[in-house]
Design a binder for this molecule. Structure first.
Ligand SMILES: [Zn+2]
Length: 175
C-alpha cells in the first residue's frame, strides 16, 4: 500500500498539518493508500531546497511504497512560482512545498487562513500526483495544471479533471 508521509519542516502548527492530512485523505478517498504525519524536522538557518531534500532523503527507507512531502516553513523560494521542489533521485519519492510565499501576508495583503490552506492543499495534491507519475495538464482548473503564480493556483479547483483523476487512480493501483 502506498504510504504518503507529510513532514513538517520548521515551525508549522500541528493543527495545520492535521487538517491537511485529513483533506488529502478526503481528496484521495477511494484509493488504497495511507496518509501519515511525521515528526517535525528542525530547519537550519540558511536552508536551501537541496539541503532540505537531503534531510528528507534520510527519512525515506527502502520501502518503494513510501512517498514524503515536506512542508517547509521558510522562504526557500526564489521566484513567484517556486513553491514546489522535488528530486529525481530516490525514484522521485519526495517533494517539498514551501509555505511562506503562499500566505497573503507575504504580499502585504490581509491574512486569510482559508486561502493559505487551500493553496497548500492544491500544491500538495499536485506534488503527490507528480510523484506517482502523472504529468501536467492543460486544463487551468485541474490540479495538475502548472500554475505560474498564486492567481493561477487560486483559480484551480481542488480536484483532478476527468482525464487526470482516472490516470491517478490507475497510477495508484499500479504500485
Ligand atoms: Zn487534468
Amino acid at each position: 500500500m502506498i504510504r504518503i508521509g507529510l513532514v513538517p519542516i520548521g515551525q508549522i502548527p500541528e493543527s495545520l498539518v492535521t487538517l491537511l492530512a485529513a483533506q488529502v485523505r478526503d481528496k484521495l478517498k477511494g484509493n488504497v493508500l495511507s496518509v501519515e504525519i511525521h515528526s517535525p524536522v528542525a530547519l537550519p538557518e540558511k536552508a536551501t531546497p537541496a539541503f532540505v531534500l537531503a534531510r528528507l532523503a534520510h527519512l525515506l527507507n527502502n520501502d518503494q511504497q513510501k512517498f514524503l512531502i515536506g512542508l517547509v516553513e521558510a522562504d526557500i523560494s526564489e521566484s513567484e512560482d517556486d513553491f514546489i521542489y522535488n528530486r529525481e533521485e530516490h525514484n522521485r519519492r519526495m517533494g517539498l512545498v514551501a509555505l511562506t510565499r503562499l500566505r497573503p501576508e507575504f504580499y502585504k495583503m490581509p491574512a486569510n487562513e482559508a486561502v493559505f490552506q487551500a493553496r497548500i492543499l492544491k500544491l500538495v495534491l499536485r506534488e503527490i500526483a507528480l510523484l506517482l507519475g502523472l504529468s501536467l495538464c492543460q486544463d487551468k482548473k485541474c490540479l495538475m495544471y502548472h500554475a505560474r503564480n498564486l492567481h493561477e493556483i487560486d483559480i484551480k479547483y481542488p480536484s483532478f479533471c476527468l482525464d487526470c483523476r482516472p490516470r491517478l487512480d490507475r497510477a495508484i493501483l499500479k504500485r
